[in-house]
Design a protein around this ligand. Structure first.
Ligand SMILES: Cc1ncc(COP(=O)(O)O)c(C=O)c1O
Length: 327
């Protein structure tokens, strides 16, 4: 169960439990994190359940819904300007300093705290293996901290090394180039996606088995958010869109008869504000009939038959074990 509504609940819960286990978080203590949103939402739930104060530092360009929800959950939210990672006022560094300045506080440090990756190796990976009965040919996912990708890939490879683990990368992120050429170099510029894309190798991603990477433009990501909504009845966020777009790309490469697994990371409810920031996206206003897919989107949409040719794609929603198949 992911009560905060995203894949990040697993990281949040594991990080807090690990801090308790190490004796770093006394009863009534404080958990501080720098997060683009979903980890904060997960941490706020865990802190409520276990009696901790939750302090969240967030970049100020995230969907407004996420700030509101965090405050409703009782977290203390600090919005900071978006600056490069090298800047001392980058949100993760602000969170680290804040944690050091507060009594009985821990910095959750989701990017480099490997309790994040380990929980996916212990839970998400085995769930995928069990739900596919081990019949899985490829795992595909975008990365923020890299915890989901690395933990799942590590587990799947331990079961069968031939499972292809493919990283999906959005515009502005450096991992596509890193995987393809060994150099951390951004491809494209900014992205409407939230919580994914990075310019460095986190401790969670360090040493992860990565067979390949695919670069997905935002137009493709949005197209798949729409397809999932209109064809599958699933209202999902942008990272689900990029993951599915990348899974279909991998499926097209492997051909019919293969099983490709990806993660539907969160619901679309937390992304409406962010997605609507893209001026050309007629984002769900008035539903599908009132807001037909714009010409720029349909011009990129392959016919349904083209997707059928790629074989079966299985999508796992970690929260419920729900499977759906796009044919
Ligand atoms: C919605 C969403 N999807 C995907 C990710 C990336 O997951 P991970 O940090 O495990 O790489 C995040 C991370 O914050 C997220 O919020």
């Amino acid at each position: 169960m992911n009560p905060g509504g995203s894949v990040k609940d697993r990281a949040a819960s594991a990080i807090v439990l690990e801090a308790e286990r190490r004796g770093e978080l006394p009863p009534g203590g404080t958990v501080v994190e720098g997060t683009a949103g979903n980890t904060g939402i997960g941490l706020a739930h865990v802190c409520n359940a276990r009696g901790y104060r939750c302090v969240i530092v967030m970049p100020d360009n995230q969907s407004p819904e996420k700030y509101r929800l965090l405050e409703m959950l009782g977290a203390e939210v600090h919005q900071v300007p978006v600056v490069p990672y090298s800047n001392p006022n980058q949100y993760q560094k602000v969170a680290q300093r804040l944690a050091a300045s507060l009594p009985n506080a821990v910095w959750s440090n989701q990017f480099d705290n490997t309790a994040n990756r380990d929980t996916h190796a212990r839970t998400t990976g085995p769930e995928i293996w069990a739900q596919t009965n081990g019949h899985i040919d490829a795992f595909v996912a975008a990365t923020g901290t890299g915890g989901t990708f690395a933990g799942v890939a590590q587990y799947l490879k331990s079961r069968r090394s031939a499972v292809r683990c493919v990283l999906a990368d959005p515009p502005g992120s450096s991992l596509y180039q890193y995987v393809r050429s060994g150099t951390l170099k951004a491809t494209g510029s900014g992205s409407i996606t939230e919580g994914i894309g990075i310019g460095r190798i986190t401790a969670n991603l360090e040493g992860a088995p990565i067979d390949d990477a695919v670069y997905i433009e935002d137009t493709d990501t949005v197209r798949y958010v729409y397809r999932l909504l209109h064809e599958e009845g699933l209202f999902l966020g942008s990272t689900s869109g990029i993951n599915v777009a990348a899974a279909v790309r991998v499926a097209q490469g492997l051909g019919p008869g293969h099983t490709i697994v990806t993660v539907l990371c969160d619901s679309g409810a937390g992304c409406v504000g962010g997605m609507s920031l893209a001026p050309e996206v007629p984002w769900l206003i008035g539903g599908a009939a009132a807001a037909p897919i714009a010409a720029w989107v349909t011009s990129h949409v392959p016919q349904r038959a083209a997707a059928t040719a790629v074989g079966v794609v299985v999508f796992v929603l970690g929260a419920t074990g729900l499977f759906t198949t796009l044919t």
